[in-house]
Design a protein around this ligand. Sequence first.
Ligand SMILES: [Zn+2]
Length: 202
Amino acid sequence: MPIDKSKLLNKMRGGPAPKKPEQPKPPTEKPKPEVVATEKVTALCGHTLDFAHFSEKQDKFREARRKKLTDKPCPDCRAKANAERVAVEKVAIAERKKNRPPKQQYSSIKIERLPHGSTFAFEPFDLPNLLWKGTLTIVCPPPGVAIDLSLFPVTFSSQNTAFFRLATILDRQWRRWFEDHLPAEKVEDSEKIPLDTETGTN
Ligand SMILES: [Zn+2]
């Protein structure tokens, strides 16, 4: 291990030694040796890059350094590829958001309790696969909401590693379905049912 000069100097001055023993710095953080020559090398993308040579004594890893440059695309191409990847991800995220009703809609739903007679049913826990499977069956619309009765009963099914999460997912599936099937005309405020977003999970 190389002698830690700052530690040694501190000791000589009687000052406190640094708390952490200094790690030998990775090669990239070392001050770069003097460039004695520049070679043109071709990166994986086909672009030409400048490759610096240091004096023989300070350049034991020249081959490895060159390989590092030529084995991957140039920094510009990598930055470009990265930006494109980020852009594609952004579009995908925006797309997913667009296809999903915004969260706000859930808080404005007119029903807050599951309708009378709603049933959760769960399969025995599948430990090897860490899975809970279950269904939520809704037998009728909430009172005061004119959804076509012939659509009922409606059953939602899902699976999750967490039991309470599964119940919540089923509950949300119903709420989403309910929103999609809400009649255009508004439900009277007087017909609203008290809010309880955790319905069915307790
Ligand atoms: Zn390139």
